[in-house]
Design a protein around this ligand. Sequence first.
Ligand SMILES: C[S@@+](CC[C@H](N)C(=O)[O-])C[C@H]1O[C@@H](n2cnc3c(N)ncnc32)[C@H](O)[C@@H]1O
Length: 240
Amino acid sequence: MTHSNTTPETNKTSEPLTWHDGDMPYSTAFGDHFYCQTDGRLECGHVFHAGNGLPDRWQSAEPFTIGELGFGTGLNACETWRRWKEHHQPGGHLHFISFELYPMQANEIDRALSRWPEIDAERKALVAQWPQAPSGIVTVALDAQTTLSVVCGDAFTNLSASPHSFDAWFLDGFAPSKNSDMWSAELMQVVFDHTVPGGSFATYAAAGFVRRNLIAAGYALERRPGFAGKREMLCGIRSA
Ligand SMILES: C[S@@+](CC[C@H](N)C(=O)[O-])C[C@H]1O[C@@H](n2cnc3c(N)ncnc32)[C@H](O)[C@@H]1O
């Protein structure tokens, strides 16, 4: 694990949390859960993987970069790493870069992710390398083919200054009604501008203003059935 010398916009202190049902974190700052209460790991596969055409798009050995708005517990990162290990080509490299205002503590990540035995190995590896006071850009070499970077601070400020281009986006702020900054027209434009031509996004959200902001940014949008009975989710492509 390394901390970069470049100093992104600084993060706030730790995420203000309470716990529901023992291991379900709930943000008291935003008044929302971090993932659906049915099964956040399966939701990740339905929304973020399938919505971005993964794992099919990992069939070449080209480097692949995923951007995420909202690292939270690292559930999406761990589940993506687990599936990447099953599907990637020899020589491929995945960089998972996530933007997070309130990085959690290692013991909080551990508590939340212990719910899923399927990602035991990934949780333990992440927690073992997670810094005590995450700040700046936390970079963790998960294995020889997989790097995780968590950019601590406000997503709009830090993504605006990011040198990276992204093949796929996981848009995972809290509910649009509770965390409108994570779905603003300005942020959706910066997300689009940092997407490679042919790149994609997916989100569980389907609110009208989110859909309009993504269309205005330039994405060709598709609505699909959401996870666990949710009527809709959104995904889309940057065609040029
Ligand atoms: C729904 S949770 C993300 C869940 C996460 N993807 C996971 O796998 O656990 C939303 C996250 O967005 C973060 N967030 C809210 N506003 C933000 C902002 N302006 N910039 C960066 N992160 C923000 C919250 O702190 C929270 O961790």
